[in-house]
Design a protein around this ligand. Structure first.
Ligand code: ME8
Length: 510
């Protein structure tokens, strides 16, 4: 029961923004979910620090490349700390350990005759850190992604015989019954990869002569390893390759990324693994691109939302929730401060926040901040449980986090509607006994909601658990509950338990 999940390692020429946090928070939520399902989770993230792009960025800033890498890598670490990202390891490609493992992999490929030398001419896009041929460029000869003209480069480089794996790769991607089947998602992107593979796979250059900001080739120190080969190998270094028990975590269970880098992960990376006789990834899932107010997000255009800005405005857990639920995982999506605030007010301030504050206020006013002495009625919490039982686990396992969040909102709405129907403010005057039963049942439902909120909003869920007077450690109780989705006979809280004071967890934001 192990689960190995990765994010891309991010380039250090840019500051972390909501695009990077999207992939990283999704990975974090999945890692937390798998931990609650008793998996031994390895969650890897980090920074990609070699290559032309970084060397150029350092030159522009007038600092040494390694200095820039230190500064920027820290910014990613700080952002992930701020967002409460529970990674197992944060890898930097400038780590000594990574040099060792890249040298080792490249040497194995060389010794197996999978690397050869040849003269090559192509258009190099520094933004993408890759060569293109004319047919890959737009009508002005520019890269589709960066809208810049790639530079024509001619070099004698070492090449990796990727073409040798074309048939095998196609088989593993298309044959669902293959024992090393690689699942590429979403479907449209998988089809694009298959279509491209069918056109034929060309060997790729894996070294550079003119770039010294990189890892020297072990068999020819005059050249450095191409940054993409260097970067992909992080998924081995990160779990301890070549030493230790790295095999324990292979194969990778899920590689997450956006569509821009799916080709490298679904073709070049598996070919490296096949060439070195290592296990292939099980699932490669790419999501869409965020635009901000209809425009590409880019620091140079001044058009980014940073994790820090998000946290300052909404708080840590709300920033996490909003980042991953605003657009479905898969297609592209446009966001804006307005849409973030609208979702915050709708889902968190009005729905969840309102449920919590009104329930606690009732308990405060009528039962002295304790769970009232009454017979527990579990019918409401069971109805809430049915919402989750149906497809919460399916949604989480299939990275449909926006749908899992919809389950949460439906559950919260159901309880709010029950409160409207019960009209406890009237019961307070007419039937204290019935009021006690009702308040207790709302609290039980809130406990169950907190359990399902745990991966999305770890601190807030813990706080709600405490405020609602639930007993025991929420993590342990959630682990037990997620085994079967069965609600314990006695519910999650007991009569006479002390409740927290009513407070506004999600103040409305205009
Ligand atoms: O490609 N929308 O690093 P990178 C959604 N170093 N996701 C976005 C995004 C946006 N607007 N912008 C960035 C690299 N991302 C390589 C990876 S891995 C071996 C090497 C996220 O800094 C998304 O996950 O350009 C995307 O794939 C990744 O950041 C690209 O990060």
């Amino acid at each position: 029961m192990k689960f190995y999940i990765t994010t891309p390692i991010y380039y250090v020429n840019d500051i972390p923004h909501i695009g990077h946090s999207y992939t990283t928070v999704v990975a974090d939520i999945l890692a937390r979910w798998k931990r609650l399902n008793n998996y031994d989770v390895f969650f890897l993230t980090g920074t990609d620090e070699h290559g032309t792009k970084i060397a150029q960025a350092a030159k522009e800033k007038g600092v040494a490349p390694y200095e820039l890498c230190n500064q920027m890598s820290s910014k990613f670490k700080e952002a992930w700390q701020l967002l409460n990202i529970s990674y197992t390891n944060f890898i930097r490609t400038t780590d000594n350990k990574h040099f060792e493992s890249v040298e080792k992999i490249v040497q194995i490929l060389f010794d197996k005759g999978l690397i050869f030398k040849k003269k090559y001419e192509g258009f190099y896009c520094v933004g993408c850190e890759r060569f293109y041929v004319s047919k890959d460029l737009d009508e002005n000869g520019c890269c589709f992604l960066h809208k810049t003209k790639p530079v024509l480069q001619s070099e004698e480089n070492y090449f990796f015989r990727v073409s040798q794996f074309e048939g095998d790769l196609l088989e593993r991607i298309t044959n669902l019954n293959h024992k090393e089947h690689i699942q590429i998602l979403p479907e449209e992107r998988r089809n694009e990869i298959i279509g491209k593979l069918k056109l034929g796979l060309e060997d790729i250059s894996i070294s550079r002569t003119a770039i010294d900001w990189g890892i020297p080739l072990p068999f020819d120190k005059s050249q450095t390893v191409y940054v993409w080969i260097d970067a992909l190998i992080n998924y081995l270094t990160g779990i301890g390759f070549p030493k230790g028990e790295f095999k324990k975590y292979l194969p990778v269970d899920v590689h997450l990324m956006a569509k821009d880098i799916l080709w490298f992960h679904s073709v070049i990376w598996p070919a490296i693994l096949m060439g070195t006789d290592l296990d292939l990834p099980k699932k490669i899932y790419s999501h869409g691109f965020f635009t901000l107010n209809g425009n590409k997000m880019s620091k140079s255009l001044g058009n980014v939302i940073s994790p820090e800005e998000l946290v300052n405005k909404y708080g840590v857990d709300s920033a996490r929730y909003l980042t991953v639920t605003l657009i479905p995982f898969g297609p592209d999506g446009d966001i804006s401060w307005e849409s973030l605030t609208l979702k915050y007010n709708t889902d968190l301030a009005n729905n969840l926040g309102n449920l919590l504050s009104r329930t606690l206020k009732m308990a405060e006013k009528n039962f002295n901040n304790t769970i009232p002495q009454t017979i527990p009625d579990l019918s409401l919490v069971k109805q809430v449980g049915n919402i989750f039982k149906e497809n919460f686990a399916y949604n989480m396992d299939n990275i449909a986090l926006h749908k899992a969040a919809e389950n949460l909102q439906s559950a919260i709405t159901l309880v709010n509607q029950q409160i409207e129907r019960d009209a406890p403010w009237k019961l307070a005057k007419t039937d204290k006994e019935k009021l006690a039963v009702s308040v207790y049942s709302y609290l039980q439902a809130i406990d169950l909601i907190a359990i399902h909120l745990l991966c999305f909003m770890p601190e807030i869920a813990q706080k709600i658990w405490f405020l609602a007077g639930a007993s025991g450690d929420i993590q342990e109780i959630a682990k037990k509950y997620f085994n079967s989705f069965n609600i314990p006979d006695e519910g999650f809280s007991i009569v006479n338990a002390k409740l927290g004071n009513s407070e506004i967890l999600f103040p409305r934001i205009s």
